[in-house]
Design a protein around this ligand. Structure first.
Ligand SMILES: [Zn+2]
Length: 495
């Protein structure tokens, strides 16, 4: 139909478009489409919300080669088209804190709108092996930190799995052991670890000197240190605030960026004071950030050092506030002792609703799930439903914060947290031409968490379409089987 001359004109327009795209990074899709370009996937007529540019308007989004290639009011042609009329088109959610990094976790997370799932608190002691195990087999993008906890467990021959129960929890390291830990952590960074993980509450015998030395390695690689603080709770002198002082000082002294994980379970009723300290540190030029999950319970291993004597006073709770995930039963003094010997994960009902709500609503506090491996029938619901719970419960029902702020806390802010260390994150967490096509399309009027403490293995509702590197993994609210478009989210390898 087109004459030869028109065809040539098309090519030069396309080339011109590419030049313009390179120069201006945006609007080129409109030019290309005007001359008949087609896309792999078109997301048509959705309410595009981009926390970076502030765009909040009905647009068509064209995806090609795993990238966002067009954002335009002009209608686009694609090999497949998603009708997003009445739906929000947002950057895919980036979860900085998810311990469950197995296929089943990724399915739950995809249903919750997560396109990049990162294990940055505990991390791993073998970064190369961790990535190799997931390459080409993952529904969503994945990434990991080099973790002080597993490194300390390995170097000190701790018998625990996941969290320490022996020497790594309860003994100071020798000079030789510390030297070995620093070397293993350094190797993890050279293998592309995204960050450094730390959980001082679980390695309670680690000295202040050890903590500062571990921070120093992160500083060398411009990597953030994702810390579960030394103390959780409300009893002086071992409050969450005192523990925050330790790592703010380590960050200030070494230059390593600090990221405080699950600030609500650390601060409990003093959560606003902890957030105020993070805000103050930011105001005075320190690179300190934090995150929370939208729940009033934490979760961890009962055999860990968190439950060493004194836990009741520290957290202001007792046996009945602890729930055994294998059965859902509340503990007694007797079952506490028995299950602590047996070992397993518990849910800890310790966080006041006011603390959870304050953190979720605060614009500087990112959203991260702290999801767990699914080892019991009554696992904490947070790994399955954190993001839908924020959008459905706290944004729509409670009006605790507005939708754009919520999206910023689960997309742009986590991407910015990691971009210094891993420039790949400059292309995530945004709806921007040239960015990765990690996109979550949801119904803001319907999105809601379905997972509960009693019935935790339920998919969230209202997350209608999820694209990972341009490939749909959720379509019409249902999981797409047999696709593995997830890629390693990794810092540059330097060995
Ligand atoms: Zn933690």
């Amino acid at each position: 139909m087109a004459s030869k001359g028109f065809r040539l004109g098309t090519v030069s327009a396309a080339v011109m478009g590419a030049v313009l795209a390179f120069a201006f990074g945006r609007v080129v899709g409109k030019n290309l489409d005007a001359v008949g370009e087609t896309y792999d996937v078109v997301i048509a007529s959705g309410r595009v919300m981009d926390p970076e540019s502030g765009l909040d308007a009905v647009r068509n989004v064209g995806v090609r080669g795993g990238k966002i290639a067009a954002i335009t009011e002009t209608s686009l042609t694609g090999a497949s088209t998603i009708d997003a009329k009445g739906l929000v088109v947002a950057p895919g959610f980036i979860d900085l804190h998810e311990h469950g990094q197995e296929p089943r976790n990724y399915q739950f997370q995809a249903h919750d709108g997560v396109t990049t799932s990162l294990e940055l608190e505990a991390g791993t002691d073998d970064v190369a092996r961790w990535y190799a195990a997931r390459e080409g087999k993952s529904l969503i993008n994945f990434g990991v930190s080099i973790g002080h906890i597993p490194v300390r467990m390995n170097v000190m021959h701790d018998p625990g799995s996941f969290l320490p129960t022996g020497d790594a929890a309860h003994r100071a390291a020798t000079a030789e052991e510390l030297t070995e830990m620093l070397a293993v952590i350094d190797r993890g960074f050279r293998q592309g670890a995204l960050a450094e993980g730390m959980g001082v509450n679980y390695t309670a015998a680690a000295s202040h000197e050890e903590i500062v030395e571990i921070f120093r390695v992160a500083a060398k690689y411009h990597a953030s240190v994702h810390v579960h603080l030394r103390y959780a709770g409300i009893k002086e002198p071992t409050t969450g605030l005192a523990a925050l002082e330790e790592v703010v000082a380590a960050a200030a002294a070494t230059g390593a960026p600090l990221h405080v994980v699950h600030i609500t379970s650390m601060g409990l009723k003093y959560t606003p004071d902890l957030i105020a300290m993070v805000e103050g540190a930011q105001r005075h030029g320190l690179d300190v950030t934090t995150e929370c999950y939208p729940y009033t319970a934490g979760s961890t291993a009962l055999q860990s050092a968190v439950f060493d004597p004194g836990w009741q006073e520290a957290m202001g709770i007792t046996y009945k506030d602890i729930q055994w995930t294998k059965t859902g039963e509340r503990l007694t003094a007797e079952t506490f002792e028995r299950y602590r010997k047996e070992g397993g994960i518990v849910v800890i009902h310790s966080i006041p609703e006011e603390a959870a709500r304050t953190a979720v609503a605060n614009p500087i506090v990112m959203i991260a799930s702290d999801g767990m491996m699914i080892t019991g029938a009554k696992v904490h619901p947070r790994g399955q439903a954190t993001f839908s719970r924020v959008l459905g419960h706290y944004v729509r029902e409670e009006k605790a914060l507005d939708l754009m702020t919520a999206l910023r806390k689960m997309t742009l802010m986590p991407a910015q947290r990691l971009a210094n260390r891993a420039p790949a994150f400059l292309k995530k967490g945004r709806i921007r031409v040239g960015g990765d096509a990690d996109i979550t399309v949801f119904d803001a009027n319907r999105v809601i968490d379905k997972a509960t403490y009693d019935d935790p293995l339920q998919y969230s509702e209202g997350i209608q379409f999820v694209l990972v590197n341009g490939v749909p993994v959720v379509k019409d609210g249902r999981l797409v089987e047999g696709v593995f478009p997830g890629r390693a989210a990794r810092a540059p390898i330097s060995q």
